[in-house]
Write a protein that binds this ligand. Structure first.
Ligand code: TRP
Length: 453
C-alpha cells in the first residue's frame, strides 16, 4: 500500500509499525551509542544522566508533540509548516533548522565514516589488538591521518544519497523495520556481557549515582543539547517525518514511544560502555573518541569477537543511515516543495554541501586540527553550535509557536486524530508547551552564559 495523499503526491508511511520504526530509526543512532556515552563521561556521569532524562521527558516529549502537530497538520516541510500556520515571520526559524540540519549531517557523517572504517577493520580481523592503550593509539593514528577519514565521510554520504533518491517510504521504512530490532537484541547481549566485567559495579555507580554537586551550568546545557540531539528535535526533523504520517497516527503515543525507546538505547549504551571503561582503565573523559577506544576492547574480550564486532558495526552503519536520511529529508523536503526542485537535484545539492563541510570536519582531527573557532576545532564547533545552541533554540521556537500562536482547535484535532481518539494529556501538553519548555530552555541558556546561577 503506497497511496498518494489526496492533496498531491506526498508520500505516506504505510503502517503503524512503519511510523514507529522510522521515527525511532531517526532518533536512534550515533547520538545514543557514540555521543551519549562521551557526553555522560565528560560531564560527571550520573549527574548528566539525571538531567538528561529529566530534559527528555519534561521538555523533549512536549516538543516532539509540537513538531508532530505542525508536520501532520500541515503536511509540509518545516518552512511550509510555519507559513501555513501563521502569517508572521516564524518561518525564519525554518531556515535555521535547515542550516543546522546540514551542519549536523556534516559532522555526523564523519563519525559514521569512522564506524565504516571500524567495520572494515573488524571484518579483516585487524581490530583485535593487545591492550587498551593500543586502541587509543590506533584510533588516533587513523583519525589524524587525512585521507581515510575524508574518503569514508564521502563514501558514507554517497550511501545516504543512494537511499534518499529512491524516495521516502520504500527505502527508509523497509530498512528500519528489520534492522532496528536486530540492533536492539545485539545491544542487550553486549549489556549482559558488560555486567560480568570486573569494573561493572564501578561503571554502574558512575552512570547511575548522581553526584549533585556536579550539576553545573555546563552539565545542564550539555544534557539539554544531548536530549534534543538524541530525539532528532529542534530543527524540523520530526515535523518533516510527521508530514508523512497517516491521519490516524496517534501523535501523543508515538512521541512517548519514541522518547522511551530512544532513552532505553542510550541507557543500554551507557551500561555497555562504562563497566568496560573502568575494567580496562580508560578515561571516561576521552571525548568524541571514547567509544572507539572502548568498544573494540569489549569485543576483544568476547568469544567470537570478530563476528560480534563486524555485525555490530554493520548495524550501526545502518542505524546511522536511518538518522542521516531523516536529517537530509528536512532540506530535501524544503527544496522540492518550496524551491520546486526535482527530488534528485535537491538530494544532490544536500549531499554536495554535506560532502564539502563534512570533509572539513574530518580534517579537523588531522591537517586542520590547529584551525579553531572560539577555541574549538571545526568538528567540535559544528557539534557544539548545532546541538547545544541551535537545537534548543529551534525547540523553544516550536513550542512557543504551537503553545501560543497556533489555533487551539487545530492542536486538539491533531492530538485526537480529528476527535476519533481520546487524548487525556491535552492540557498537560499545552501547559508544557506554553510555559515549561520555553522557560526551561531559557533558564538553561541564561544559566550557562552566567546571567543567573
Ligand atoms: N537523533 C539522531 C541520533 O541520535 C541524530 C539525528 C537525526 C538528529 N536527525 C536529527 C539530530 C535531527 C538532530 C536533529 O543519532
Amino acid at each position: 500500500m503506497n497511496k498518494p495523499d489526496k492533496q498531491g503526491q506526498r508520500a505516506r508511511f504505510n503502517t503503524k509499525i512503519g511510523v514507529i520504526a522510522t521515527t525511532v530509526g531517526s532518533a536512534v543512532g550515533l547520538g545514543n551509542i557514540w555521543r551519549f556515552p562521551y557526553e555522560a563521561g565528560s560531564n560527571g556521569g550520573g549527574a548528566f544522566m539525571l538531567c538528561y532524562i529529566m530534559f527528555i521527558f519534561i521538555i523533549g516529549v512536549p516538543v516532539i508533540c509540537a513538531e508532530f502537530i505542525m508536520g501532520r497538520g500541515t503536511r509540509s516541510n518545516i518552512l511550509g509548516a510555519y507559513r501555513k500556520l501563521s502569517r508572521g515571520k516564524w518561518y525564519i526559524a525554518g531556515f535555521m533548522g535547515i542550516a543546522a540540519s546540514v551542519a549536523i549531517l556534516s559532522f555526523y557523517s564523519v563519525v559514521a565514516g569512522w564506524i565504516c572504517e571500524y567495520f572494515v577493520q573488524s571484518v579483516r580481523g585487524e581490530l583485535m589488538l593487545a591492550s587498551s592503550s593500543e586502541y587509543h593509539e590506533a584510533f588516533d593514528q587513523f583519525s589524524t591521518g587525512n585521507w581515510r577519514p575524508v574518503v569514508w565521510t564521502l563514501i558514507f554520504l554517497s550511501l545516504n544519497f543512494l537511499i534518499l533518491v529512491r524516495g521516502v517510504t520504500k527505502g527508509i521504512e523497509r530498512m528500519s523495520n528489520i534492522l532496528m530490532p536486530l540492533l536492539f537484541i545485539l545491544l542487550m547481549i553486549f549489556c549482559v556481557n558488560s555486567l560480568t566485567l570486573s569494573g561493572a559495579s564501578e561503571g554502574l555507580a558512575f552512570l547511575f549515582n548522581p553526584d549533585f554537586s556536579k550539576i553545573t551550568p555546563r552539565v545542564l546545557l550539555s544534557a539539554m543539547g544531548q536530549a534534543f540531539f538524541s530525539l532528532s528535535l529542534g530543527l524540523g526533523c520530526m515535523t518533516t517525518y510527521a508530514s508523512y504520517f497517516g491521519n490516524k497516527t496517534r501523535l501523543g503515543r508515538t512521541a512517548i514511544t519514541t522518547a522511551s525507546l530512544d532513552t532505553l538505547v542510550a541507557v543500554l549504551a551507557g551500561v555497555i560502555i562504562f563497566p568496560a571503561v573502568f575494567s580496562f582503565g580508560i578515561s571516561p573523559q576521552a571525548g568524541p573518541t571514547l567509544v572507539f577506544e572502548v568498544l573494540p576492547a569489549i569485543f576483544n574480550s568476547l568469544p567470537g569477537g570478530v563476528v560480534w564486532s563486524s555485525l555490530f558495526f554493520f548495524l550501526l552503519i545502518l542505524a546511522s543511515l536511518t538518522s542521516t536520511i531523516s536529517m537530509s529529508e528536512i532540506s530535501i523536503a524544503f527544496m522540492t516543495e518550496e524551491l520546486k526542485m526535482k527530488r534528485r537535484t535537491a538530494t544532490i545539492v544536500n549531499t554536495l554541501i554535506a560532502m564539502a563541510l563534512g570533509s572539513l570536519c574530518a580534517l579537523s582531527f588531522g591537517a586542520l586540527s590547529g584551525f579553531t573557532i572560539f577555541g574549538m576545532t571545526i568538528f567540535n564547533f559544528f557539534d557544539y553550535l548545532a546541538s547545544n545552541i541551535l537545537l534548543p533554540i529551534g525547540g523553544m521556537i516550536a513550542s512557543v509557536f504551537v503553545g501560543w500562536v497556533v489555533d487551539r482547535r487545530f492542536i486538539r484535532n491533531q492530538l485526537t486524530a480529528n476527535g476519533s481518539i481520546k487524548f487525556r494529556a491535552y492540557s498537560l501538553i499545552l501547559f508544557c508547551l506554553r510555559y515549561v519548555a520555553p522557560a526551561g530552555i531559557a533558564l538553561v541558556f541564561l544559566n550557562s552564559i552566567g546571567i543567573i546561577s
